[in-house]
Design a protein around this ligand. Structure first.
Ligand code: DGT
Ligand code: CA
Ligand code: CA
Ligand code: ZN
Length: 585
């Protein structure tokens, strides 16, 4: 049975599990009986561990109560989740109990009862207000709390807060490089790789998972414990160790034998969902797979594979799966091999269609950006400075813009210019839905990308309509950072992306996948949906300096996670193809 690319991920097992986990927490916070709470927790666990798509089960009309831990109530609720994407009971609970209390109840030594009391007596509903209340001594005065508890809460909060912070990919890269360089000086190590979400190229990284081979784990761990940036050793066992480094960030180290390298790398790269699915496939073939190797069920003494990842996947009749695809979304589909072979790579990118110069808030000139792009192997770039509404960045009005374009004409006419520069603009979509630059002027641009910088909190219909207006404008080629999110900093606009994508498809417009590690906007899910609809994307750096041109690699990681192939990306075209495309768009 050929499952559709995106329909299959409408709601993942992990998302259903998370909804039930939240139900359980909120029920606990409302003082519900322990039996009901446990039912949701067990159900959540059972669904998270299930290898097949539960959503598919529901759609196929299969009986969910055959799964251990799922009773008739939860089966019914699961069906509602799959069919509607939501759960009325959960929404009612969220009204009754602030969901942010969940952060408080997970602080070591607090729990649901204390969290409820803090809320009832002091209206404390999130970590920030709890901190203030502790610091001003209010918590110590509460019955059942006292000075000691207050001090413990403050201390544990710090760890809890830091631990929930996920690192952006560029920050993770800095840590990885420093740790790798240091660990390379350890003579007892043969192979070394960072596994986990870092290897999968996820948008953010919760902790780092360092895997090494050595026949002397103790020497490796001694070396690791002297890492210069270490703050605390959380635990040390025979072959594994966890530490906190700068900013309380956790790094897990595991030492394995050479013979288990592939199996351990596969296991600790995850994702958990991918591994659960893989184990299920192995089981169906009479095999057992764990972090040490692959075994025949009838003889678990001797592994039949485990040295490298390839042999493990091949043994199960699968192509080796690039880490970015290991999320149990498309990698197990029957035609996965075809996708895997054609997955986009950095080298496929021939140009970059979003960047700024000293004319607005960039640090380098047109000439410098062009030379740096050429040095990175690009054939063309588009200069897309801000338009005048973005006054903080000294955005361009029509006069300055035309002047910049004649400078670009000059540059391109020079036979020695290192790469072609398209005359572009990042045109602001104003609060009222108009574009910031006149149509007569936009019509003279090679490339117009439109984006929102103001009025980001407008209601859904209004902000969606603004983007639709831009898409309807015949001078606009693309929409940049379509949802406006900033990872760990700002929520996306409340925009109807389905409507935006349908319009982009109808009007043959490009949606940007902005490669900046703070943005990565489109998200992986939106990118998958867009390419499935046949919408072209552009992967751009939005560089504000020469060095920012290197951010392209994060856009590529994100695109690979979405299963993007080169033909789906506008800026994989050669310069002449790009010129031809622009001539008819
Ligand atoms: P993160 O750190 O939150 O960004 O995400 P990951 O994926 O790096 O997760 P982490 O560090 O907890 O674990 C690393 C990998 O180890 C994970 O991707 C798969 C594997 N793993 C860890 N715990 C389990 C588990 O309970 N079951 C399975 N099947 N695999 C696990
Ligand atoms: Ca991790
Ligand atoms: Ca970990
Ligand atoms: Zn920009």
């Amino acid at each position: 049975m050929q499952k559709e690319l995106v329909d299959q991920i409408v709601i993942t097992n992990a998302e259903i599990a998370a909804a039930f986990e939240e139900m359980a927490d909120l029920l606990e916070l409302s003082g519900e009986n322990a039996f009901r709470i446990r039912a949701y927790r067990n159900g959540s666990h059972a669904i998270a561990e299930e290898s097949e798509s539960i959503a598919q089960w529901v759609l196929d009309g299969k009986d969910l109560t055959s799964i251990d831990g799922i009773g008739s109530t939860l089966a019914e609720k699961t069906a509602v989740l799959v069919k509607t994407g939501g759960l009325p009971q959960l929404e009612a609970l969220r009204e009754k109990v602030p969901p942010s209390l969940r952060d408080i109840m997970t602080i070591p030594g607090v729990g649901a009862k204390k969290a409820m009391k803090l809320y009832a007596e002091l209206s404390i509903k999130d970590l920030a207000t709890l901190r203030t209340a502790c610091e001003s001594g209010l918590v110590a005065n509460l019955k059942g709390f006292g000075e000691k508890t207050q001090a413990a809460i403050l201390q544990n909060m710090e760890i809890a807060e830091k631990a929930t912070q996920r690192l952006l990919m560029d920050r993770a890269d800095v840590l990885v490089t420093r740790i790798k360089t240091y660990m390379q000086s350890c003579g007892a190590i043969q192979k070394m790789e960072f596994a986990g979400s870092y290897r999968r190229g996820k948008e953010t990284v919760g902790d780092l998972d360092l895997l090494v081979t050595s026949s002397n784990p103790n020497e490796v761990m001694d070396h690791f414990s002297k890492l210069p940036m270490i703050m605390e050793i959380i635990q040390r066992g025979d072959t594994k160790m966890s530490v906190r480094v700068t900013d309380s960030f956790q790094v897990d180290l595991r030492v394995v034998e050479e013979s288990s390298w592939g199996a351990a790398l596969q296991y600790f790269t995850g994702s958990k969902e991918h591994n659960v699915h893989l184990r299920g496939l192995a089981k169906a073939q009479g095999l057992k797979i764990n972090e040490y190797g692959v075994y025949k069920v009838e003889d678990e003494t001797q592994p039949i594979a485990g040295m490298n990842e390839e042999e493990i996947y091949h043994l199960l009749g699968l192509p080796w799966v690039p880490p970015e695809l290991r999320e149990d979304r498309i990698e197990f589909l029957p035609n996965a091999q075809e996708w895997i072979e054609d997955l986009i790579e950095l080298a496929d990118i021939r140009g970059d269609l979003h960047m700024h110069t000293t004319a607005t808030d960039g640090e380098n000139t047109i000439q410098e950006m062009a030379a740096a792009a050429a040095a990175r192997g690009l054939e063309y770039i588009a200069i897309t400075d801000h338009s005048k509404r973005v006054s903080m960045a000294r955005g361009l009005d029509e006069t300055r813009l035309l002047k910049q374009w004649s400078e670009i004409d000059q540059f391109n006419s020079d036979a020695n210019s290192p790469c072609w520069v398209f005359k572009g603009i990042e045109c602001d979509i104003l609060e009222n839905g108009d574009l910031d630059i006149s149509d007569e002027c936009l019509a003279r641009a090679d490339w117009v990308t439109a984006s929102i910088h103001y009025g980001q909190k407008q209601p859904r219909e209004q902000i969606t309509q603004r983007i639709l207006n831009a898409i309807h404008n015949p001078n606009v080629h693309a929409i940049s950072h379509p949802t406006g999110r900033l990872l760990s900093r700002r929520e996306p606009y409340d925009v109807d992306m389905k409507a935006v994508m349908e319009a982009a498809k109808e009007y043959n417009k490009i949606l940007e996948l902005n490669a900046n590690p703070y943005r990565l906007d489109l998200s992986d899910i939106h990118t998958m949906a867009a390419i499935k609809m046949g919408i072209q994307i552009a992967i751009n750096t939005d560089a504000h300096s020469i060095s920012n041109l290197d951010l392209m690699k994060y856009g590529i990681l994100q695109a690979r996670r979405a299963g993007v192939r080169p033909a789906m990306v506008l800026n994989t075209r050669s310069l002449s193809e790009m010129k031809a495309w622009l001539a008819k768009s």
